[in-house]
Design a protein around this ligand. Structure first.
Ligand code: FUB
Ligand code: ZN
Length: 696
């Protein structure tokens, strides 16, 4: 077994997914989401908030053309006030030369191109490629001569570029541009977007850095860290790795850059130094940070970049910080649905164990970020606990972010939702009880498209001699072990059936295939049924057995000479788990929820008598007699799935009863509570929903 267990993801294009569950999602994104989002980026969705993406790109291209022609360009927005969101004046038609939307609007289209690229890696589509080329051309035309590329500033505020890294998103847009450019290059071999990304990265590096005369700035919204590392991996240009490391290392140092920047911007109106901004994870150097805090998406993206850098450089202090931050985010601040970021105030992490259900923020992007972070921790340290959380995020909050027909989206993912309360209670103003067609701030939908389209790179990672199977996604893939190609077939029925296998179809190679034993199964078997010529290098590290398998941190390592017909079979027991939260979590005290395999369940009032707060379940009885919970085939929105039928009781209640009374046993009636997967909620009309149910 390799001494160094660090690994890299398999390329999405090298894995032909045949999985009944994920193929549906990936095809849905290709068939519905990507074309729909293209319409959205072009502001062609009736009744949906405009994106302004193509509008802004075209306006910036016109500006560049005018400048090149030496013609005066008098931007409508010249000298305008810097805003986070810019909209046309009430009652006025949009100005074709002005910027509209949020400061980070450019990133929506970058994410879309990235998603398209992963889809093109799956299989060619000339029309889709031509459409994406239109987007790429629009971006290249919007880029300024010096490489600058951010339409918010290009359209009338260019002289103020790099003056508000804290609140504005030039470096966030750079990050998404790099991610898109790398994916587009890998999918098409074209260098147009890659050149644009490199030019913009260089333009940023000219202004920002440690060298004299530069600003010691770093991203207000992280992502450039991990994206520049990808750009380095793709191009081999060391300067991009250095730029990423600079952003990571500089963050949170004193004097705080965001203070300096604000002082410069505000002059005499500056309010004085701060303690640094925890919201931006910039109140201490990253190696000193221990608690996941501030804006959740920003945090997840930063930690992902840190994990990449720690893996690549072997920086032990950075790795230790990643582990502490992982513990905080995943073990103390994570919803049972794989969501993070409990409060809408600042779209942020709250205190440990403060995980309210109905006011939850749990932004889809934050859960996507958690999956990014988990995958990178796995690449550094193959421990099944990271994969458990990655899988939980993917199967629950990430998918809940998109309707089963791919046509509407959640940004906020509550764990309890009462439509009437959402309509009338200002405290729930951030919670939408039905998915939306689009958002003015549309970060989440294209983020779902890109992660679902690149699912294989979450399923497997590998190094020179070891292939790690983190998620069981049926399909075929070609990998290289110790320089020898192997064609593998994965069979799996997850998330509904607990059987999987990995077999060799073609090729022969010596090396290790490490298969994950999920944390959610009570009983698991992993055996290499026909693996011959077993080799066990490094066996002393782990307890070996006669089959050449060793188990470590939730992975079983099978090492040997692999040939066609060799096969590893896995069986995972998938009981319904009655789950309680740590008693320190005030919101869920006295409640339980239900999970099976990686799927978290919820009740909806379309299936059950409402209000759902009246339902009582008996965890002791259900645990003593697990077979009393029936697991049934069901179908929602055309998707086959399993639902749960849980024996329960419903409390008698009426408005005639006084608000308070002396305690007495509740009057209840027998009933059966129907639970469906959380990701499938809100696909059958307006409904109340609850994940956590009262125990009695
Ligand atoms: O600021 C860019 C994105 O918009 C963030 O990641 C989301 O939380 C939303 O605020
Ligand atoms: Zn989002």
């Amino acid at each position: 077994m390799a001494a160094n267990l660090c690994s890299r993801p398999v390329a999405p294009g090298s894995y032909r997914v045949t999985d009944a569950f994920w193929l549906r999602e990936m095809d849905l994104v290709r068939r519905e989401v990507i074309p729909y989002q293209w319409e959205a980026l072009n502001d062609r969705i009736p009744d949906a908030a405009p994106s302004w993406w193509m509008h802004n790109m075209r306006a910036a291209a016109r500006r560049n053309a005018m400048k090149r022609a030496g013609k005066p360009w008098q931007p409508a927005g010249s000298g305008r006030e810097m805003r986070f969101e810019t909209l046309p004046e009430k009652g006025q038609a949009p100005d074709p030369d002005a910027f509209y939307g949020f400061v980070f609007q450019d990133s929506d289209g970058y994410k879309w191109i990235e998603a398209v690229s992963y889809q093109l890696m799956r299989g060619p589509d000339a029309a889709l490629r031509a459409t994406a080329q239109e987007a790429v051309d629009a971006i290249c035309a919007a880029q300024e001569e010096d490489g600058y590329l951010d339409t918010y500033y290009s359209l009338g505020l260019r002289e103020r570029a790099f003056t508000n890294l804290r609140d504005h998103h030039e470096l966030y847009c750079l990050g998404h541009l790099c991610e898109a450019a790398v994916a587009w290059h890998q999918a098409t071999g074209q260098t147009d977007l890659l050149n644009a990304a490199m030019r913009f990265a260089d333009c940023c590096a000219e202004k920002l850095g440690r060298e004299p005369g530069k600003k010691r700035g770093y991203p207000g919204h992280e992502i450039a860290e991990m994206a520049l590392i990808r750009l380095w991996e793709e191009t081999g240009e060391q300067r991009f790795l250095e730029q990423a490391k600079y952003f990571i290392d500089e963050r949170g140092r004193r004097p705080f850059y965001f203070d300096e920047e604000e002082r410069e911007r505000l002059g005499e109106a500056w309010g004085g130094p701060t303690q640094g901004s925890g919201y931006h994870q910039a109140n201490a150097p990253v190696r000193e940070q221990s608690e996941a805090q501030g804006h959740a998406v920003r945090a997840m993206y930063l930690y992902s970049g840190m994990a990449d850098a720690a893996r690549i450089t072997g920086d032990t202090a950075l790795r230790a910080a990643c582990k502490r931050l992982w513990h905080s985010a995943a073990e103390e601040k994570r919803y049972v649905t794989g969501g993070v970021g409990a409060t809408h105030v600042g779209e942020a992490f709250s205190r440990p164990y403060d995980l309210p259900s109905d006011t939850a923020y749990s932004e889809t992007c934050a859960s996507i970020g958690l999956a990014f972070f988990a995958r990178r921790m796995l690449q550094m340290d193959p421990d099944s606990r990271y994969a458990d959380v990655m899988e939980e995020a993917l199967y629950n909050t990430v998918l809940s972010g998109m309707a089963l027909d791919g046509r509407s989206f959640f940004y906020v993912n509550p764990l309890a939702c009462d439509p009437e309360a959402c309509k009338t209670d200002a405290r729930l103003g951030h919670v939408k009880h039905v998915r939306q067609k689009w958002f003015g701030c549309a970060c989440c939908p294209p983020n779902i498209a890109r992660i679902v389209s690149s699912l294989p790179s979450y399923a497997m990672t590998q190094n020179e001699d070891t292939l790690f199977v983190h998620l069981y996604v049926a399909g075929e893939t070609e990998v290289t072990l110790n320089g020898r190609p192997l064609k593998l077939k994965v069979e799996a029925g997850l998330p509904w059936e607990g059987e999987a296998s990995v077999s060799v179809l073609e090729g022969s190679a010596e090396g290790t295939i490490a298969v994950r034993i999920p944390g959610w199964c009570r009983d698991a078997k992993a055996s290499a049924v026909t693996l011959r010529n077993i080799l066990t290098p490094g066996a002393e590290e782990l307890a070996g057995d006669e089959k050449g398998s060793r188990e470590k941190s939730g992975y079983v390592y099978f090492t040997g000479a692999w040939e066609p017909g060799d096969r590893v079979e896995l069986y995972f027991d998938m009981p319904v788990r009655v789950t309680a939260a740590n008693p320190l979590s005030p919101e869920t005290a006295g409640q339980v929820c239900f999970r099976r395999g990686p799927v978290t369940y919820c009740a909806e009032s379309v299936d059950n008598e409402a209000p759902l707060c009246l339902w009582r379940v008996d965890p002791a009885a259900l645990t003593a007699d697990p077979d009393s919970i029936r697991v049934e085939d069901a179908e929602i929105g055309g998707m086959p799935m399993k639902r749960l039928l849980v024996p329960a009781r419903i409390a008698a209640a009426s408005r005639e009863q006084p608000l308070y009374r002396d305690w007495a046993p509740e009057e209840t009636e027998d009933g059966t509570l129907i639970l469906i997967p959380y990701f499938a909620w809100d696909n059958r009309g307006e409904t109340e929903m609850r994940v956590w149910l009262h125990a009695r």
